[in-house]
Design a protein. Structure first.
Length: 152
């Protein structure tokens, strides 16, 4: 249920939906439920949007580097498929560059996260990564146990 992904402040209608989805969750451990409660209850204490701990320009540079490395890898694959003379060497170089760029992006992503165990959706968006990649990088995002003991 991704209970540790923080959607940030939400509107009342979306907050009600989050409350229905995360009904059985413990609000102390479920950021979507907390954000839903804040949206529908004006007396609920607000939780600020966590700050991203990596500057936007560094994120943009890492994402651009990874995008470029991915493009080079695709080009090298095509050259290898077409049996160009230096394709194997280009493929090895492109693969290494892509792996280094991805490791760098992943390390920056982890550094950008707040220390409270949550993953702000805003940070996910800045890095342009999928939830599958988030789960790979933050394995503790698994289900939170509900108050009734069931997995959510």
């Amino acid at each position: 249920m991704y209970c540790r992904i923080d959607p940030g402040p939400v509107r009342e209608q979306f907050g009600r939906m989050l409350l229905r989805i995360h009904d059985g969750c413990d609000e102390r451990n479920c950021r979507p439920k907390l954000r839903g409660m804040q949206a529908v209850d004006p007396d609920s204490p607000p939780a600020p949007q966590p700050e991203c701990r990596v500057p936007d320009d560094r994120i943009a540079a890492a994402v651009a580097r990874l995008t470029g490395a991915n493009a080079a890898l695709l080009t090298a694959r095509a050259a290898l498929r077409d049996r160009h003379p230096d394709a194997a060497r280009a493929m090895i170089t492109a693969t290494a560059d892509f792996a280094a760029a991805r490791r760098h992006r992943d390390a920056l992503f982890l550094r950008a996260l707040p220390g409270d165990g949550t993953v702000p959706a805003a940070v996910i968006g800045k890095f342009g990564i999928s939830y599958r990649e988030v789960r790979r990088l933050v394995p503790s995002l698994g289900p939170v146990m509900a108050q009734d003991g069931s997995d959510r």
